[in-house]
Write a new protein. Structure first.
Length: 654
């Protein structure tokens, strides 16, 4: 499973040192960044179905801002990124589930207090669930936590923060201007799609012209990008053509027919694959979860043992009694929401119990998986689908399959679990960075809570703005795809109406088993290329045009890495590689952040001045609709990303 043996650990800042970590400026900056990153990733997730870790951009911004203060230090910067990254993670948990309530017809708009409470208390549960696991997964059984290690390295070279901000800022401007030209002024199309009928079948190709998706592919890397693309190819180049050749799907336009087959049939292949993937992750980690719980309880007993001596600052978690109290504080309001919605205390109690069990188990899975593959590649969608299937079947038995409230009740459970699992993975990653730097764990856990609350209060207004300006799923004039939320709504509705295409779900489960067996074989051979099943599952249910730029971004990352592999033996090779990876990562993150934030800002004039006759007041020349300007500009962005990533090698090798 990629675990490492325990190693001797020397923190960057000694345990005996006493540096200020939680300060007023750190709390304010962390809360502001958390809210901004939550807004950006909410847009990205609804648009692309994927979110990425914001820890490194947050760390770089923190270093740039706090340099203006003479008394700032590396642990204070770490506290800021700990709070800030919570916003990105919480946004993922919310946008994967809550919009399903609109698609089910339960809500016609986002209810502020319900959304805020589910996000806030679900996220806090994610923080609390991982506290007993910190010692087992980070100290006693150190996992890679690749993004946590990268964040720590970025903070260690904080003296180079100016260059990092430059790349982040330039890319953010590029991503924002690209979004303004395509979505705002409609100077070129946002995607290029082509489909044709070949005999009785359908051939479909397409790509989205989005720098943000290029950035996503660059960050997740070629392995994951290839698997996402393979999942899409299985759906759009195999399943859809086969069904079309069998006479399924409507006649007429080939692209529309392919979209209909995807939305009504083949995306449920992804449901089966994701459910199996989520359950497989739980099976794989069962021994580690048990060991983590035992280790956490043992650590608590040692803290209470007065004869054991003082506990180092770098080993102090939040007190267990407060963890238990806060869990109760978080569960009670959620129970009241369930009670209000279902009008049944018994069913609300069952929902709360299912939420707690699934939330803890899958938060632990998410924390462990963050240690293996990073939080950007965490199986949040998979564990949420697994939760929804079980919750829907349970509630259909309790409430009856004809219950109008049943599907939405399952979504409420899934939303809390998704928020908890998303935050858990992020929390463990941040604690890994803190462990390497010599931070105080309980202070990081406090700031994780601050970040959760700061992002929770803004997420509902952001979703409302996106809904009114663009639309979500099948709602609105130019809706964002919201692939996860659409899938969650379809699954819960299908369980209660008994029309879920179980054949497709079963085939998808079979595909997942095959991918798992392949991954086990690759692991046994010691292969660097692996096939985590949930990456393939995500690809199966994403629209194909989103997967092509992700693959291209992964290829750019591979090409840049190839340059550094060739220069590995040079005296400057290691330093150049670290600098190039950091600059490329920040440029990719800037493309994502700039495009996502501009997408939200563009929503403001659309909501205020848009009319039925002119829904987009910024499109002064109408919808031009051509694709070539976007293709040319996107090629320039690709060159810029590659140039930034390999720049350190070219400068030092010349």
């Amino acid at each position: 499973m990629g675990e490492q043996k325990p190693e001797v650990h020397t923190p960057y800042i000694a345990a005996s040192a006493s540096l200020r970590e939680i300060t007023v400026k750190a709390v304010l900056l962390g809360a502001i960044l958390s809210a901004l990153l939550a807004a950006a990733n909410a847009y990205l997730g609804l648009f692309a179905g994927l979110t990425v870790s914001a820890s490194i951009p947050a760390a770089v911004i923190s270093m740039a801002v706090l340099k203006a203060f003479k008394d700032s230090n590396i642990l204070e910067n770490n506290i800021v990124q700990t709070a800030a990254s919570a916003g990105e993670s919480l946004a993922a948990g919310v946008i994967f589930t809550i919009p399903a309530l609109l698609l089910l017809g339960t809500w016609t708009s986002f209810h502020y207090w319900e959304v805020t409470m589910i996000a806030a208390f679900g996220g806090l549960l994610g923080v609390l669930f991982t506290i007993p696991l910190r010692r087992a997964l980070i100290v006693e059984r150190p996992l890679r936590f690749p993004e946590g290690i990268a964040t720590a390295e970025v903070l260690k070279v904080g003296e180079e923060g100016g260059a990092g901000v430059k790349f982040l800022g330039i890319a953010g401007l590029v991503g924002g201007l690209f979004k303004l030209g395509s979505t705002g002024m409609r100077l070129w199309s946002e995607s290029a799609i082509g489909a044709t009928r070949i005999g009785g079948s359908i051939a479909y190709v397409g790509t989205n012209l989005s720098p943000a998706l290029i950035g996503v592919g660059y960050i997740v890397g070629l392995n994951i990008a290839v698997l996402i693309f393979i999942g899409g190819a299985l759906n759009w180049w195999v399943a859809i053509p086969v069904l079309a050749s069998l006479g399924m799907g409507p006649d007429g336009d080939a692209a529309a027919a392919a979209g209909t087959l995807w939305s009504t049939q083949t995306r449920y292949l992804g449901v089966g694959a994701m459910a199996v993937g989520g359950l497989w992750a739980l099976i794989q980690l069962r021994k580690s979860l048990a060991a983590g719980i035992r280790s956490g309880l043992a650590a608590y007993r040692s803290v209470k043992d007065k004869d054991a001596g003082p506990v180092d600052r770098t080993d102090r978690d939040a007190p267990m009694q407060w963890v238990l109290v806060l869990m109760v504080v978080a569960v009670v309001p959620l129970f009241l929401i369930f009670r209000y919605f279902t009008d049944s205390a018994g069913i609300a109690a069952v929902m709360a119990g299912a939420m707690l069990v699934a939330g803890f188990l899958f938060s632990a899975v998410a924390g462990y998986m963050a240690g293996l593959v990073g939080s950007s590649n965490n199986p949040i969608s998979g564990v949420t689908i697994a939760t929804l299937l079980v919750a829907s079947l349970l509630l259909a038995w309790l409430m009856g399959s004809d219950s109008a409230a049943g599907p939405a009740a399952a979504i409420f459970i899934g939303a809390v679990v998704a928020c908890a699992a998303a935050i858990a993975g992020d929390n463990m990653q941040d604690l890994k960075a803190g462990y390497l730097l010599g931070a105080t764990p309980y202070k990081q856990q406090i700031m994780q809570g601050v970040g959760v609350l700061a992002s929770a209060v803004v997420i509902a207004p952001v979703l409302s703005l996106i809904l009114h300006a663009y639309g979500i799923g099948t709602i609105g004039p130019n809706p964002l795809a919201a692939p996860q939320a659409s899938l969650m709504a379809a699954v819960t509705r299908g369980v209660f109406t008994r029309d879920l295409p179980w054949t497709m779900v079963g085939i998808g489960a079979g595909v997942a088993v095959s991918v798992i067996l392949l991954d086990l074989w690759l692991e046994k051979r010691g292969s660097e290329f692996r096939t985590p099943v949930l990456a393939v599952a995500v690809g199966i249910y994403l629209p194909f045009e989103l997967e092509v730029p992700i693959l291209i971004g992964g290829l750019i990352a591979w090409a840049a890495g190839r340059v550094y592999r060739r220069s590995a033996t040079a005296p400057w090779g290691a330093a150049a590689k670290l600098e190039g990876e950091r600059h490329g990562l920040l440029f990719a993150a800037g493309l994502i952040t700039g495009e996502a934030l501009l997408g939200i800002l563009l929503a403001i004039p659309i909501v205020i001045w848009g009319t039925a006759e002119n829904p987009n007041p910024l499109a002064f020349w109408g919808d031009i609709g051509t694709t070539w300007p976007g293709l040319v500009l996107l090629a320039a962005v690709l060159y810029g990303l590659y140039h930034v990533a390999v720049g350190p090698a070219r400068r030092r090798g010349s």
